[in-house]
Design a protein around this ligand. Sequence first.
Ligand SMILES: *[C@@H]1O[C@H](CO)[C@@H](O)[C@H](O)[C@H]1NC(C)=O
Ligand SMILES: *[C@@H]1O[C@H](CO)[C@@H](O)[C@H](O)[C@H]1NC(C)=O
Ligand SMILES: *[C@@H]1O[C@H](CO)[C@@H](O)[C@H](O)[C@H]1NC(C)=O
Ligand SMILES: *[C@@H]1O[C@H](CO)[C@@H](O)[C@H](O)[C@H]1NC(C)=O
Length: 492
Amino acid sequence: MNTIFQLFLIGLLLTLSKLEACNYSSKGSVQFPGNFSFGVSTSAYQIEGAWNEDGKGVSIWDDFTHKNPELVRDGSNGDIAINSYHRFDDDLEILNDLKVDHYRFSISWTRIFPNGEVKYRNQAGIDYYNKIIDKLLASGIKPLVTLFHFDLPMEIQKMGGFISPLSIEYFVQYATEIFKLYGDRVKHWITFNEPWFMCKLAYGDGIYPPLINASGIADYLCIDSILKAHGATYRRFKSHFKKQKGQIGISLNSPYFIIADSSDKDILERAMQFNLGYLAHPIFSKAGGYPEVMVKDIAKNSFLEGRIMSRLPSLEGEWKDIVRGSADFLGLNYYSSAYIRYASQPVGRNPSFERDTNYETYNKFPSQSSQSCDPAGLEGLLKWIRKEYNNVPVIITENGYRDMGELRDDNRTSYLKTHLQAVLNALNDGCNVVGYTHWSLVDNFEWLFGYTIKYGLYGVNMTSPKRDRVAKKSAKFYKKVIRSRILQMEDV
Ligand SMILES: *[C@@H]1O[C@H](CO)[C@@H](O)[C@H](O)[C@H]1NC(C)=O
Ligand SMILES: *[C@@H]1O[C@H](CO)[C@@H](O)[C@H](O)[C@H]1NC(C)=O
Ligand SMILES: *[C@@H]1O[C@H](CO)[C@@H](O)[C@H](O)[C@H]1NC(C)=O
Ligand SMILES: *[C@@H]1O[C@H](CO)[C@@H](O)[C@H](O)[C@H]1NC(C)=O
């Protein structure tokens, strides 16, 4: 073994052990502000089941899992899931057990508008969400409602889905009806969940429905439509529903980045713009529009490929203004960091997002079953947001740990603890973080992983028709933090 390689290995082990031990120290106060909002998150397709009951229409996830069970790790689907459509009271019981301040859930578009269009509405679906919202409020829990969490109506997909600009108007109409139905009681809305992630997997890599495999092209079109749909929805809300006094944001996912080679310093900025900045810059920056580095580099690559236009659509003029400033808060979904370095040769398919970034991720975190734990990444990300977007209010809308479902989930508990510590550190440093939402309340259908990996604070007995919920160790820990608003490191 040569010395350089040995040094490399030692460095690697040190970095990994730092990440795996998942320690994180406190910087200042251990007390959360009294008005800090603690919550948990779920989404409709992942928990509801009742996929074809009471008049619900078909979504692209119903269609995809039925036609391609081999593409889901355990061949499963969300037909029954954890049956929240019939067992919301069980969810409410555990929400009350935790005594969360807010509950983030999503509305299934096809449960209310089976064909996607607002002309035909389904009363049973409307009633279901009325019941949820009313019961949450009666328990003193604020609903934080996501309008769209991956489950596009099949009929809208037939119009081209998010590649088609028609999707913008369909979404605005859908959102408008939802505001009319529930905006008297719901005061916090999220338009879209993780557009970057969804568009990339669904329209770039072709592994999420609608399975469109056109990387560096269709994924970019999808994001463009979603940004416009988001912006137009915000404008509609502020012009037509002002009296409701609600707030609207969007949930954006982003890792933070670990740069091992200090000569690559500017790569962090580049990676942040290509990831969080891709959607956050158009909405939250003063200038608006896509990040300059993306506009420039994707245009350059496009011309080198012999195209006459950039693969990145233009977000200029009226649309730029509609999208700029179109959010009251930033919803942040953070799970872990990635190691990156400049690519020594072109990476990824040609064309693709990866190719356009011109960096490569390497030594992605350890094994499949154990997830990385990098609370410093969350703190770094929050500080980056503070600097970049004028300290916009941030609600962490997802953050969580995947495992195989142990009830004594020490790793999840320490992940939760250290990430709450990162939030506290950011707060102590002046970051405007107003809430934290753990993914997830309960084990559920994890998309292509089916039920093989778990994120819940509560487990579910999947062989029981009642789908009994069972508290894990992490639920007991979170409950204690919520009650005391103090983070005791020795609690774990
Ligand atoms: C907990 O995390 C450690 C460190 O990442 C890992 O080695 C271990 O397998 C995890 N335990 C479980 C039960 O997942
Ligand atoms: C929470 O309370 C602090 C003072 O403790 C105040 O500065 C802040 O504006 C409040 N935040 C919200 C969202 O109400
Ligand atoms: C997408 O297309 C590329 C080549 O164009 C192919 O290598 C890859 O396997 C395709 N992916 C899927 C999920 O079909
Ligand atoms: C799960 O539910 C089934 C059916 O009700 C029951 O027989 C079984 O004991 C339960 N498993 C656990 C671990 O509680």
